[in-house]
Design a protein around this ligand. Structure first.
Ligand code: GLN
Ligand code: ZN
Length: 773
């Protein structure tokens, strides 16, 4: 089959929830039974049409396959599960009468139903997006179902747009899947590669039959270090794509490789007969020979030059020069990754709130790509006006005084090695002995249920319907009731409940200089869940007068402490997590930014100490999340991230007990770095995996450890006996001399009913085990 040439400008993907989160609203209404499936489809079609209109307005062509059919009702990996009907046996009821996944069945796998648990969810490479993990066994049947693709093709066609279907590629699908329960020992989904190659061949034939010119197969899975040697993976990549390319009846194939470097996979893929290959030129460096190899192979190099993961305006002139220097034959311009990681449109933001000169969201990035492609085709002078506009805006942004606070920079530059050190643990322990904590002390992770009432009050204050004073009064009552509840339950170390916080990062962003927060800067985290990352663009300190600024959390925590004789933990978000969940300036090393944030937190900690707070928790749930995919890049990351935490927490007095908290990941791999944080006590998610983590705790780990005994992600109330068993299991490992008892994570998503019942069981279990010691 002959096909059209690859377009000069394209994107790897686009945000899918809609500029005003229309998809989220429609999904949630559908799940609640408030709208019909047909109405949900209409809403989805609207989101797609708006997407097409907006990227076409910015210069992508409606007719040359430059626009990917990137829409998803929930998740792109789950779309592949639906396409091939990959339903594990235990979830067979999710299939409809035809034996396929219709839309409700698809959602059932994503979210679970009363009778079916959902598929597991995990992080999509080193991003903040989460995908649903397919489960594949030796005899998982593959049945094609192109309904979802057809739906998108039809919307596009009616709208006059020639789209490029976008699918997760076979290797990424299998490498990202897990073996179905009950599979024989040693089986991995990759063992089914031959079957999947056949299935993808059929999909390609089906697409060709529908007149599709180009198809996009996303293979970020080829950029990650794994236990399987890279050379072996490269061999599989060669085999797979040679087989797909050998099909006579198929669209032209674009393979994308966002998030990292293809390494051995690059020459392998160039050798297969695919028509175009996308490289992420932002997150990694490719040498000139690697790019020149494209020329000899005849494969179109799709240069992922515009950063799909951050929101900074590109230096277009510099990028154009770099692109002009690539000796790669046919070069197209693209985003480095899908734009699903950035918000839709900067024009929705108020320039008074965000530094628009320095920013580009998805729509603005499309325009940047189009400019670069035109410049590449027609020369720099053809796009001089656009380049000049970009130069000027960037110059203004670069000169923004908020990026150049001499006092902050001097302070961050003059940190000394001793600023990262505390005296040895033994000395700290002695100084903290007067806390008089029992063995197996009980505590929680910080937040208590965020009730509708709490959210309503915060929203009303934001809208000016109640005064700040009224809100504060309400929050104090909330704190008083949370303290009373914890005393009644008999917990040993209390928290104030975090009712004043909308989000653990945004709360600090709003109270620190150097950050901006957006109104519509939503980014999909998974399904209908979106977050609004803060924009960390300037030098950081606490807001208010002087270099140290003003205290943020102290009034709340000290009020809570005034109500009780038991210790109340001060609660802060750590520097690494603040960076991980913000868009972080890229005009200086991350380490420098992290240290500025750490120093602002150190100021807050000093003020908490001065207010008499003896225990301070600095949460780092995202510590694992930023870990680079490439092993050779991991030590540098772990060094600066551990250092930032230590800089924030090391200036304390010996008698102050520093806690940290980690969750959302498996931490076994970075256990040494957790130890290096040098906290007095670490709470960590462990209930779901039944304390497995403890097997990997080295003997050198001597500080306190609170492996979670309550999986707060599940609405189940664990019994006292279950909690006891977990505590005894933890003790059974024998490595932890200072064991704490706490839930896996904060309680903000739980309700009071289950919280009370569970915490009662937790305290009773701890007391029982304590008595038996
Ligand atoms: N202190 C936070 C809370 O309890 C921690 C949340 C988290 O780890 N994600 O909500
Ligand atoms: Zn947590």
């Amino acid at each position: 089959m002959t096909h059209t040439p690859f377009p000069a400008a394209t994107i790897v993907g686009y945000p899918r929830v809609g500029r005003f989160r229309e998809l989220k609203k429609a999904q949630e209404a559908f799940w609640k039974g408030k709208i019909t499936q047909d109405e949900l489809r209409q809403a989805a079609a609207d989101v797609q049409r708006t997407y097409y209109d907006r990227v076409i307005e910015r210069g992508l062509s409606a007719t040359d396959s430059s626009i990917p059919a990137t829409f998803s009702y929930y998740d792109q990996v789950l779309d592949a599960v639906r396409l091939f009907t990959l339903v594990p046996k235990r979830l067979a009821d999710a299939k409809d009468a035809r034996g396929l996944l219709d839309l409700p069945g698809y959602f059932a796998l994503a979210r679970g139903t009363e009778t079916l648990p959902p598929l597991e969810m995990t992080k999509w490479f080193d991003t903040n997006y989460h995908y649903l993990v397919p489960e594949i066994g030796p005899d998982t049947e593959i049945t094609l179902n192109l309904e979802a693709i057809d739906e998108q093709l039809e919307v596009a066609k009616e709208h006059g747009v020639t789209v490029r279907p976008q699918l997760v590629g076979p290797l990424t699908l299998l490498l990202g899947a897990k073996a179905e329960q009950g599979s024989p020992e040693g089986f991995t989904p990759l063992d089914r590669l031959d079957d999947f190659v056949k299935a993808y061949q059929q999909v390609l034939a089906e697409l060709a039959a529908r007149g599709v010119q180009w198809v996009q197969l996303d293979e970020p899975g080829l950029t990650v270090d794994r236990d399987i040697p890279n050379a072996k993976i490269a061999e599989l990549a060669r085999k797979t794509y040679s087989a797909l390319a050998a099909e006579t009846n198929r669209p032209a194939i674009l393979v994308t490789s966002p998030y990292g470097n293809l390494r051995e996979n690059l020459p392998a893929l160039l050798d297969t007969g695919i028509e175009a290959l996308h490289l992420d030129l932002v997150s990694t460096l490719y040498n000139a020979e690697a790019l020149t190899a494209f020329k000899d192979s005849g494969v179109t190099l799709v240069a992922g030059a515009i950063n799909g993961r951050n929101i900074w305006r590109a230096d277009l002139r510099a990028l154009l020069h770099a692109l002009q220097n690539i000796n790669g034959g046919a070069v197209a311009v693209a985003s480095s990754t899908s734009l699903q990681h950035v918000p839709h449109d900067l024009d929705l933001e108020d320039p008074a709130d965000v530094p628009v000169d320095g920013l580009a969201f998805a729509d603005q990035k499309v325009a940047e790509i189009v400019t670069l492609a035109r410049g590449l085709a027609d020369g720099e002078s053809a796009v001089e006006a656009e380049l000049k506009t970009a130069d000027e805006a960037l110059a203004r942004f670069t000169a923004d005084p908020r990026k150049h606070n001499a006092a902050i920079r001097e302070r961050a530059a003059s940190v000394k090695p001793q600023d990262f050190e505390r005296p040895e643990l033994k000395i700290r322990r002695d100084a903290q002995a007067d806390l008089n904590l029992p063995k197996l002390p009980t505590t929680t992770i910080g937040s208590f249920p965020q009730t509708g009432d709490i959210r309503r009050h915060r929203a009303e204050a934001r809208a000016g319907k109640i005064t700040q004073q009224q809100l504060d009064e309400f929050l104090r009552e909330e704190i008083a009731s949370v303290i009373k509840l914890q005393e009644d339950l008999g917990l040993d170390v209390l928290v104030h409940g975090e009712a004043e916080r909308n989000d653990m990062v945004q709360y600090f962003a709003e109270n620190f200089d150097g950050f901006a927060t957006t109104k519509h800067g939503w980014v999909q985290s998974y399904g209908s869940r979106c977050t609004r990352p803060s924009v960390l663009f300037g030098d950081v300190k606490r807001s208010g007068e002087g270099l140290r600024g003003e205290a943020v959390t102290v009034p709340w925590i000290s009020y809570a402490q005034s109500l009780t004789d038991r210790p109340v933990k001060g609660m802060l978000t750590g520097p690494v997590t603040i960076l991980a969940w913000s868009f972080v300036r890229d005009d200086q090393p991350r380490e420098e930014t992290a240290n500025q944030v750490a120093l602002a937190l150190a100021d807050e900690i000093a003020d908490l100490e001065e207010a008499g707070i003896r225990i301070i928790q600095v949460d780092e749930p995202a510590l694992r999340e930023l870990l680079p995919l490439r092993r050779d890049e991991q030590p540098a990351y772990l060094a600066w991230s551990v250092n930032a935490f230590r800089l924030a927490t090391s200036a304390v007095e010996d008698k102050t007990q520093v806690h940290t908290h980690l969750c959302y990941s498996e931490f076994n791999e970075i256990i040494d770095s957790i130890n290096a944080l040098n906290a007095d006590v670490t709470s960590i998610e462990a209930a779901r995996s039944h304390m497995e983590l403890l097997a990997d705790i080295p003997e050198s780990y001597v500080s306190g450890l609170g492996p979670g005994v309550w999986d707060i992600h599940s609405p189940r109330v664990p019994s006292q006996a279950e909690v006891e068993e977990l505590i005894r299991a933890a003790i059974g490992y024998g490595t932890i001399s200072d064991l704490w008892v706490n839930p896996d994570c904060g309680l903000k998503t739980r309700d009071y009913e289950e919280t009370k019942r569970t915490l009662k069981n937790v305290v009773a279990a701890a007391k029982k085990v304590r008595a038996s010691l």
